[in-house]
Write a protein that binds this ligand. Structure first.
Ligand SMILES: Cc1cc2nc3c(=O)[nH]c(=O)nc-3n(C[C@H](O)[C@H](O)[C@H](O)COP(=O)(O)O)c2cc1C
Length: 333
């Protein structure tokens, strides 16, 4: 539970923690993944972080991570679509938004029961821009209709940046503003726009000045296809994605963890230097209080924690606590 203080991130009046889950890190329901339960006593707990649900699409989607009939539990203990290199602190995933779809998730009631402000992440992977807009509006309408059942207020993260859907995430940038306006007209909640590392700051600026955009969230994973050979070699020792042999050219995956850290800090600095004033939730490769502080010092209002859960699980609780202290103006311990 996040207790309110000077560090609280208010988006359209809703108080969120300055530490925010990276979507996917606590599954759709906020209970995490099986290993979170085992490692909880050793520091893998998200107390104090704002829950962000794993991204859902409108309809059920197979993706590359088979799920049990409950719609949320992976069939595989170690999903084959996630490749982790613990030595270099980097990962690649090609989950591809596997999930049971919006209606199924709303029927479970876990979002309605969530006790404190949180975010629901949505994305459309339909073929055309107008179909994608229609799907996003349909999802916001479903949330609007269920709103009276929710215990806590929530924001909606619109994911425009999943690299595992057969689309190049930078394809979506022209759609962001029209989608935000249509969603806001349908259902008035804070919308947080999640961007890809490939998004130029100039485009982010156009999005940020849009009144329907409450905050930016940077970054999603770096598409394997967009990574340099140098980066691929230094973090994975190969120029061919380790996931490609199984999932094909569309399943090369997106890179998370340490390779993103320098990218996100320099992107945020540039964003602030070019006058972006909207709140920025910054994450990518945060695996310690020090790396979190670097993202806050770059100009982020809040940080997000993702791959730390499997790259440095024992650092999760300390990173949350220390980041909240830092935002409160207290020294790191
Ligand atoms: C296994 C896995 C699943 C992910 N699922 C989602 C998702 O459903 N929606 C989303 O917006 N980002 C998703 N991401 C991206 C993370 O939220 C985060 O933006 C990215 O991994 C960079 O942060 P990190 O280096 O701290 O992990 C996923 C990342 C991983 C590793």
């Amino acid at each position: 539970m996040h207790t309110l203080g000077s560090e609280t991130l208010y988006l359209e009046g809703i108080p969120f923690s300055p530490v925010i889950d990276a979507s996917g890190v606590r599954n759709f329901h906020g209970k995490g993944w099986w290993y979170h339960h085992l490692l909880k006593p050793f520091g893998l707990n998200f107390n104090g972080s704002t829950f962000v649900s794993k991204t859902t699409t409108l309809n059920a989607r197979a993706g590359n991570m088979p799920l049990k009939p409950d719609g949320v539990t992976p069939c595989e203990w170690m999903p084959k679509c996630i490749h982790v290199n613990r030595r270099t602190g980097a990962a690649i995933n090609a989950v591809g938004l596997s999930g049971p779809g919006m209606e199924f998730l709303l029927e479970q009631g876990f979002w309605q029961r969530w006790p404190e402000p949180f975010m629901i992440s949505i994305m459309s992977v339909a073929d055309t821009p107008s179909q994608r807009l229609t799907e996003i509006v349909a999802m916001t309408r479903m949330l609007r209709d269920k709103k009276p059942e929710f215990k806590a207020p929530f924001g909606v993260q619109i994911n425009f940046s999943c690299p595992n859907t057969g689309h190049d995430p930078t394809e979506f940038t022209d759609e962001v503003v029209p989608v935000l306006r249509a969603a806001k007209d349908e259902f008035d909640v804070p919308y947080i726009v999640k961007l890809s590392p490939g998004t130029p700051v100039t485009i982010a600026r156009t999005i940020a000045v849009e009144p329907a955009c409450a905050a930016l969230c940077v970054f999603n994973t770096l598409p394997w296809n967009a990574a340099s050979d140098e980066l691929r070699m230094s973090y994975f020792g190969t120029t061919t994605s380790p996931l490609e042999h199984r999932f094909g050219p569309k399943g090369r995956g997106g890179i998370s963890g340490t390779p993103l850290h320098a990218m996100v800090t320099s992107w945020i600095k540039e964003a602030r230097a070019t006058g972006i004033r909207k709140p920025i939730i910054g994450g990518g490769g945060i695996t310690s209080p020090r790396t979190a502080k670097e993202v806050l010092d770059a100009g982020a209002d809040a940080i997000s924690l993702g791959s730390i859960a499997f790259l440095a699980p024992t650092m999760v609780a300390t990173t949350i606590d220390e980041s909240i202290r830092y935002k409160r103006g207290l020294a790191y311990r």
